[in-house]
Ligand binder design. Structure first.
Ligand code: NAD
Ligand code: TYD
Length: 331
């Protein structure tokens, strides 16, 4: 297959491109990425000279750029998004543009050029907070912050294009990912790198919010399976099956980095902070997917990766990030 991967220079997209070119050595990948603050060519430096890989810098909201990038492509996998909840509370504009209008632009290109498949990457956050039980694909979306509302908008538009025009879309909604190459604004890389620098770990509210953690390579395998075996017009949840309170996760990170619990700094809660996410992943299990990595082992491997890749994350924590961090945390 020849794939167009959008947002491939970010966290999950870069892991996915590497996964595809490793497990399907005859595939080719075009990566269309705008290179926002979260897009980093260093994430794919090892593939720069690989003849199967092509990089195009551009915006998914630009119809011409998208149509040009689609030339000869069998399928599109859309990772391009603004992805951080806290930033969506400060500056939502870019979220609406990329996470809604970007999806619209891709849908129009798929419709016009008759591309055989668009796999749109979404999130468990579109279901909103679930106090009990787990969200199923048939549940209504109830997003509660500008990030998840924008993602839900993209999902609904994609499903509407399937319903009305039979544009062949399929959607995955995964739980929280972690692993190598994650931008250090998200909780795990932020806490790991702060701990390594003996800096405080800013824990929101009472620290009892629950997230279901999924190792990024397990998500990549699930996405790849849905891409090749999923049914048009369907949504597939991909959950890690490891739900944990933030405070417990924070203590685990401190243990793995050999730092004291006095580094935990309780800070003001995120406005509208969703208490818990949990997805029912039976449908993707029936397709043949199951997470292969145990949470404890994957978290240890992730901490080791950040320990061994200071040259990757140190530059990211200066400049733009510094200004964001001060504005967000006042620390
Ligand atoms: P990320 O922020 O690390 O990467 C996003 C990438 O998209 C970056 O490379 C960025 O440059 C690119 N991008 C942004 N706007 C663009 C535009 N207009 N045109 C082209 N490229 C653009 O995000 P991530 O964590 O890798 O998430 C990827 C996808 O997975 C997103 O759609 C996100 O909603 C979804 N998701 C993420 C998680 C998670 O835990 N990280 C969980 C579930 C779903
Ligand atoms: P995050 O990684 O931002 O992912 P999401 O909000 O998309 O789930 O946050 C994961 C959890 O960690 C969430 O409950 C918020 C919490 N959190 C903190 O307590 N402190 C922080 O500095 C950050 C970034 C997140």
């Amino acid at each position: 297959m020849k794939l167009l991967v959008t947002g491939g220079s970010g966290f999950i997209g870069s892991n996915f491109i590497r996964h595809v070119l490793t497990t399907h050595p005859d595939d080719r990948v075009v990566n269309l990425d705008k290179l926002t603050y979260a897009g980093n060519p260093a994430n794919l430096a090892d593939l720069e000279r690989d003849p199967r890989y092509t990089f195009v810098q551009g915006d998914v909201c630009d119809g011409k750029i998208v149509r040009d990038a689609c030339r000869g492509v069998d399928a599109i996998v859309n990772f391009a998004a603004e992805s951080h909840v806290d930033r969506s509370l400060m500056e939502p504009d870019a979220f609406l543009k990329t996470d809604v209008f970007g999806v619209f632009t891709l849908l129009e290109a798929v419709r016009e050029l008759k591309i055989a498949r668009l796999l749109h990457i979404s999130t468990d956050e579109v279901y909103g907070s679930v106090e009990r039980g787990s969200s199923r694909e048939s549940d209504p979306v109830r997003p509660s912050n500008p990030y998840s509302a924008s993602k839900a908008g993209g999902d609904l538009l994609a499903l509407a294009y399937w319903h009305t025009h039979r544009v062949p879309v399929v959607i995955t909604r995964s739980s929280n990912n972690f692993g190598p190459y994650q931008y250090p604004e998200k909780v795990i890389p932020l806490f790991v790198t702060n701990a390594l620098d003996d800096q405080p770990l800013p824990l929101y509210g009472d620290g009892r919010n629950v997230r279901d953690w999924l190792y990024v390579l397990d998500n990549c395998a699930g996405i790849d399976l849905v891409l090749r075996k999923g049914a048009d017009g369907e949504v597939y949840n991909i959950g890690g099956g490891h739900e944990v309170e933030n405070v417990v996760l924070t203590r685990q990170i401190l243990q793995l980095t050999g730092r004291p619990e006095t580094l935990i700094r309780p800070v003001k809660d995120r406005p509208g902070h969703d208490r818990r996410y949990s997805v029912d992943s039976k449908k993707v299990h029936q397709l043949g997917w199951t997470p292969r990595h145990r949470f404890g082992d994957a978290l240890r491997a992730t901490v080791e990766w950040y320990k061994g890749h200071e040259a990757w994350w140190r530059p990211l924590k200066s400049g733009e990030f510094r200004a964001y961090y001060e504005r967000q945390y006042g620390l």
